[in-house]
Design a binder for this molecule. Structure first.
Ligand code: ADP
Ligand code: MG
Length: 397
């Protein structure tokens, strides 16, 4: 099947050609060591494929927020050794100074990492002069960094108009998974939206009610919805000024034929710490000095039954304050149900969000999901139904 965007399958013969590959190398560093190399590993498929086909691979990436001011602390030179270890191949560091001369000495199959793209102030402004400077180094452009695709920067968007542009393998996998989950999903579709606050996910909720058959609301944001329905949520995290907005979302869901699931039993405590005394109560029985910190077991079981009737699941946000025991219980249980249904082949499950990824891994469920996005901001913007500029630039005309 021809995809709506161009991929490495469309790139043609790359033997001896200089290919600029935008990757996400923005890994956490402590004392010069990479503490989590997930992002580095995600680049291997594309970089190795191109190098094996004889391309001169020039990796472009940002690192931290230098805002146009070069510094040793934010230099990608520090990533070269760990990146070599992950790739299992030599990697050459290419400073911006004299980059063209350095690249001219590279051989087919060689891999270079260019210096931090954000050492140019114009990178984040999508400045044509910066685009031209990058473009002059290569002949083809591959964008493999979905996580940076919500920004129209020189290296994520501008370059796609300056050179023939293609999606890398990681970008392709991410776009395929997202398309299956919300683009053209198999119905019924369920969405789980949890996390701390409604205010950070209003656009996500508004977009989803028009798209999904079941909207499961958990986490702190469920409290605002419960308050909108007249429930006294006690000392719970709750944005009382947004109850009107919550009502609008419930009305919109009603009109769109989307069933909204709010918890009807909850786990409450008077103190927010590990293993305090807790009670499991109906939402109407929360005392004035109690906080709702997790969805209750009866509601979780009912939500599992909802998932059993669904073909597609998209999940962002934990159901409870999962970092603190025992308020991980609902998230862990529902994540395991989703993982089991995915393994059985009855559910396509796609999840994303920083805390969500941590919660699913904590539940031991992440591996069994169809796709788990580590893209953070880009994933949320996609859940809001927005067009991502870095992706739009790869679409076929
Ligand atoms: P993500 O990063 O996956 O998008 P969020 O950042 O929106 O998720 O939300 C995660 C946070 O929500 C977690 O820190 C979790 O402790 C918090 N949270 C979930 N449920 C509650 C609750 N009932 N009360 C307070 N905080 C909660
Ligand atoms: Mg978060």
């Amino acid at each position: 099947m021809t995809k709506s965007f161009r991929t490495l399958d469309d790139i043609g013969d790359v033997q001896g050609r200089r290919v600029l590959v935008r990757e996400d190398l923005n890994v956490p560093l402590a004392d010069g060591r990479v503490t989590d190399d997930t992002r580095l590993r995600a680049t291997v498929a594309t970089v190795a494929e191109l190098a094996d086909q004889g391309a001169i691979v020039l990796v472009l990436a940002h690192f931290g927020r230098p805002k146009g001011v070069p510094s040793a602390e934010l230099s990608l030179a520090q990533i070269v050794k760990p990146y070599e270890a992950v790739l299992g191949r030599p990697v050459r560091y290419v400073d911006w100074e004299g980059a063209a001369d350095a690249v001219a000495t590279m051989q087919p199959g060689d891999i270079g990492v260019l210096e931090n793209t954000r050492f140019f102030g114009g990178e984040e402004k999508n400045d044509p002069a910066v685009v031209a400077r990058f473009a002059a180094l290569g002949e083809l452009y591959v964008n493999d960094a979905f996580s940076a695709a919500h920004r129209a920067h020189a290296s994520t968007e501008g370059l796609a108009h300056a050179l023939p542009a293609f999606a890398g393998r990681a970008m392709e996998a991410e776009l395929d998974a997202l398309e299956k989950a919300l683009g053209k999903p198999e119905h019924p579709v369920a969405a789980v939206v949890g996390g701390a606050k409604v205010s950070t996910k209003l656009d996500v909720l508004k977009h989803l009610v028009a798209k999904v058959d079941h909207l499961i609301i958990g986490g702190g944001m469920a409290n605002t919805f419960l308050a909108a329905r007249g429930v006294d949520v006690g000392k719970s995290l709750c944005e009382h000024d947004l109850t009107g907005t919550a009502e609008e979302i419930l009305d919109a869901a009603d009109k769109a034929g989307c069933t909204v699931h709010l918890p009807y039993d909850v786990v409450v405590a008077k103190e927010f710490r590990a293993n305090p005394p807790t009670r499991t109560v109906n939402v109407h029985e929360v005392a004035a000095d109690e906080m709702i910190l997790d969805v209750g077991p009866a509601a979780v079981e009912a939500l599992g039954d909802v998932l059993k009737t669904c073909r597609t699941l998209v999940w962002n946000g934990p159901l409870g304050a999962f970092e603190t025991a025992p308020f991980d219980t609902a998230t862990v249980a529902l994540a395991r149900t989703a993982a089991a249904l995915t393994k059985e082949g009855s559910l396509v499950s796609v999840a994303g969000g920083g805390d969500t990824v941590a919660a699913l891994n904590h539940a031991g469920a992440g591996e069994s999901f169809t796709f788990v996005s580590t893209a953070g901001g880009a994933f949320l913007e996609w859940m809001e139904g927005r067009e991502l500029p870095g992706v739009a630039a790869l679409l076929r005309d």
